[in-house]
Design a binder for this molecule. Structure first.
Ligand code: PGA
Length: 259
């Protein structure tokens, strides 16, 4: 009823040559990944054009890790939707916690970027998640609900069909410490019920909600087995062909995984 999507966020890894050799090896391994699993790779800007060329005609989607809210102009260092579309991007990660943390991105900004992306045919992967202090203070539900409301503000019901939400507890990103399947499921269910409240049950039921934060081949089954976990946003484990493919294969068995 809703699609399973696994996205690999390369972050600031891989030169052009490394991109080429990764994608060559990766393409060879795709046969073992069931067709119903949506696969997206999100290399750094410098590798997007090459990746776009190498992936043309394949089932693998291409995403950027961020994007300007503006169409064009005097914005040094920024990259526009038009530039991303021109190299074959269909997705863009927005509001990643590393953007929020190191570049001060707010929900309002992420919301404006989402509007720009959706207006121009890019599917945003909108990231939300609490910090360790917030979890320990017992405010996870409020924090995540506030972020979801903030980033979705004003988005039409129609455009929600193209939105992906990624729940990424900040304390689990790059730390090797993943949320337990139960912890993640609890927040995913909360996000889905909030979306049902903001839109309707149908839209909420069809929304792909990814989990992110130290997803690895050995914990993917537990997480993806949860009812409301529809995919993953993978950092570290997407940089090696083997571990990324193992996660994709696990996602292919989603319906059969023990809950
Ligand atoms: P990680 O990163 O898998 O390395 O924890 C996930 C992310 O930041 O999207």
């Amino acid at each position: 009823m809703r699609s399973t999507i696994i996205a690999g966020n390369w972050k600031m890894y891989k030169t052009l040559e490394e991109t080429r050799s990764f994608l060559e090896a990766f393409s060879q391994r795709l046969r073992s990944v069931p067709r119903h699993v949506g696969v997206v790779v999100c290399p750094p800007y410098t590798s997007l054009a090459l990746a776009g060329e190498m992936l043309r005609g394949s089932s693998v989607g291409l995403g950027a890790q961020d994007m300007s809210e503006h169409d064009e102009g005097a914005y040094t260092g920024e990259v526009s939707w038009k530039m991303l579309a021109s190299v074959g991007c269909g997705y863009v990660i927005l509001g990643h916690s590393e953007r929020r943390q190191y570049h001060g991105e707010s929900d309002e900004q992420v919301n404006r970027k989402s509007t720009t992306a959706l207006d121009h045919g890019l599917r945003p992967i909108l990231c939300v998640g609490e910090t360790l202090e917030e979890r320990e203070a017992g405010t996870t539900a409020d924090v995540v609900a506030g972020q979801v409301r903030g980033v979705l503000r004003g988005l039409s019901a129609e455009s929600m069909a193209r939105v992906v939400i990624a729940y990424e507890p900040v304390w689990a990103i790059g730390t090797g410490r993943n949320a337990t399947p139960e912890q993640a499921q609890e927040v995913h269910a909360l996000i889905r019920s909030l979306v049902a409240e903001l839109y309707d049950e149908r839209i909420a039921g069809q929304l792909t909600i990814q989990y992110g934060g130290s997803v690895k081949p050995d914990n993917a089954a537990g997480l993806l087995g949860q009812e409301d976990i529809d995919g993953a946003l993978v950092g570290g484990a997407c940089l090696k062909v083997d571990s990324f493919v193992q996660i994709l294969e696990t996602a292919g068995k989603k319906g059969e995984l023990p809950q």
